[in-house]
Design a protein around this ligand. Sequence first.
Ligand code: SF4
Length: 481
Amino acid sequence: MSIDIDNFLETVSTLIKGKDVPVVDLIAVQTKDPFKVLVATILSARTKDEATAKASKKLFKIAPDRKSLDLLSEEQIVKLIYPVGFYRNKARYLKKLPSALENFKGEIPDTIEELITLPGVGRKTANLVVSVAFQKPAICVDTHVHRIVNIWKYVETDTPFKTEMALRKKLPKQYWITVNSILVAFGQSICRPISPHCDICDLKSNCPQNGVRPRKVPGQKRNKSQPLKFISWNVNGIRALEKKGFKDILPDLDADVIGIQETKAQPDQLSEDLKNIPGYTSYWHSAEKKGYSGVAFYTRLPPLAVHEGLGDEEFDREGRVLTLEFGRYYLINIYFPNSGDKLKRLDFKLRFNDTLLSFAQKLGQEKEVILCGDFNVAHKEIDLKNPKNNIKNAGFTPEERSWMDNFIEAGFTDTFRIYNQEPDQYSWWSYRFNARAKNVGWRIDYFCVNQAARENVQNASILQEIIGSDHCPVQLEYLAR
Ligand code: SF4
């Protein structure tokens, strides 16, 4: 049965009263300036609103219009807009913007067709500028809009573009301009991407909750028939991620245990905030070398014991392995070495891999074993966008893939492929060439289990919508009987 969209959008409008308005809408209302709306919209892609607001403020202080933006070098723009996501690409687009606007007599055009000819402007940005800056009918489909209208089964689409087209046919025109602003605020506050707050949502009794796993209510006792949620994430520097809002992202992930890799920090470099996130206990294993490697756990479940490393000095000085021991199972968090430029560290990596396999097999003689982390290898051709071009490159060499074959033959299962055999499912994208936006990536982050643990696996997925690192988190749902 289809939802009553008038009722749903009215209810959402009431629910978000007093919540933060999306930053681009705020800038539109405050400035009524299409130039600033366009620039802020470019900055906002894959970036938290707080960071967009700060970067916009800094940039507009120096470059409030096209002419002053034209006077800045690309490097100056980088410094002003850092740390918004993809700041180098965005600085390049902004540098080119003033000259591109000359085709429109220096003005910001007010049609989607014209706007998408500008550097860094896709359909979503163009729709937002048309609707927010010019108040003309256009439907901007942010990821929140795409996600929520599919949760409601108001549309059934698999890409934001298809959602936009479906909404153009179906959504009453009176909502076109506002739907993005309403659903972004709703998606950021209540209907969150991971574990939405269905407990406080007035739509709960009528919402189809398509594909949703509602958030665990604080203080609620764990239902033992429900699976545990484990997450693994290469954060590419925990201190950098802290600046991008890790403290808020972590509770949203609603994981029972999260293993992180590439912390690039030693304990004395961690803020008290990072070490003490409410509800979680953290454990750290760092490299001797500062700013390098390192793994950590945040856990809600008290472990029986915590084991650092593999028991081999050659590898343990790099802070690559940390294990939590629970009653029935071990959870091993691993940051596998990268084979490096010209494969200089391939031998080291293969020795590490073999030591790790023996370690996991030894633990497997006692209990179920779950391994998570950045394996730094795409196992099969389906696991990366351009297999043919990468055969001789780190992460896809025959040696690394062959080790992964041996690992699977030794009885370990790549849990993601139990549930998903589709291509284009990646967990890492280069920061260069706009790779994430184009989904030119690699699947190198895994949850694997030994045979004893296999029957307890309930689901495995990739959380591509979570930003903050060049990797996204991966997830395992596990029934700890
Ligand atoms: S009930 Fe849950 S899934 Fe449905 S709209 Fe509300 S928060 Fe989102």
